[in-house]
Design a protein around this ligand. Structure first.
Ligand code: 13P
Length: 264
């Protein structure tokens, strides 16, 4: 089964609106030379305040696809109410988002997000017609203790609990080993592929073979233009969730271009 690759840029807590707009324009002028079918699914995830500075970019070839889609970096699972500082799925949709990143290790670590909260967010996102990008990953201590697979499998089982196979099939998972995030230490591609194949197997157990074949599973952690070709050449890696290298149009565009060389 061929899965369309995804290159997603997680801008984290960076860029003022004017800077976000400039970066967006730099990516837009690159993708405009291609049709949506030539490109991977390109997603940008600005801060909430910069969602208004970017837009999804529709393909003009008549295919109905997007050349750039927009993601929020988080959401609450309730529709509205007294949750100061939060935004709902409907609000993210209203601001132009098609995707929402959930369960990023930075949110689990600094904001005490639990597997249960991530499951509630995933369900709310799918119920609202958007697509969750569900992050998982192990710490260096967990890797050294040899419990990477069981930890990741339990994060995935919890995140997907009670979600229909059809909804699982359209979801996205990002495997981001915590020790590889922002450290310049990319996980070896063969090892990242092994963990991602293990995740696909867990998806098969919980949602069946067809969902496991369809779901796109990304790698994240110090992805650079120089690493993406080898990563995309792996059997189970369907794309990348990029942090630092997504903050400059040149490096993000090069990651997209290098992905097209091997995988679209
Ligand atoms: P870096 O690419 O900066 O390592 O960040 C990865 C990440 O956390 C994306 O969500």
């Amino acid at each position: 089964m061929s899965r369309k690759p995804i290159i997603a840029g997680n801008w984290k807590m960076n860029l003022l609106q004017s800077e976000a707009k400039e970066l967006f324009e730099g990516i837009k002028s690159f993708v405009n030379d291609y049709t949506a079918s030539q490109l991977p699914t390109v997603i940008i995830a600005p801060t909430f305040t910069s969602l208004c500075a970017v837009d999804s970019v529709k393909c003009n070839c008549g295919c109905g696809g997007n050349k750039i889609s927009v993601a929020a970096q988080n959401c609450h699972w309730e529709n509205s109410g007294a949750y100061t500082g939060e935004i709902s799925v409907a609000m993210a949709k209203d601001a132009g988002c098609d995707y929402i990143i959930i369960g990023h290790s930075e949110r689990r670590q600094y904001f005490s997000e639990t597997d249960e909260m991530i499951n509630k967010k995933a369900k709310a996102i799918l119920a609202g017609g958007l697509i969750p990008i569900i992050c998982c990953g192990e710490t260096l201590e967990q890797r050294e203790a040899g419990i990477t697979d069981e930890h990741i499998a339990s994060q995935i089982r919890a995140a997907l609990s009670g979600i229909s196979s059809e909804d699982v099939a359209k979801s996205v998972i990002a495997y981001e080993p915590i020790w590889a995030i922002g450290t310049g230490k990319t996980c070896d591609s063969v090892e990242a592929n092994r963990v991602i194949a293990m995740i696909r197997n867990v998806v098969k157990e919980v949602a069946g073979e067809s969902a496991a074949d369809s779901i796109r599973i990304l790698y994240g952690g110090s992805v650079k233009p120089s690493t993406i070709e080898e990563q995309m050449a792996q059997s189970d890696i369907d794309g990348a969730l990029v942090g630092g290298a997504s903050l400059k149009a040149d490096s993000f565009n090069e990651i997209i271009a290098n992905t097209m060389k091997v995988a679209v």
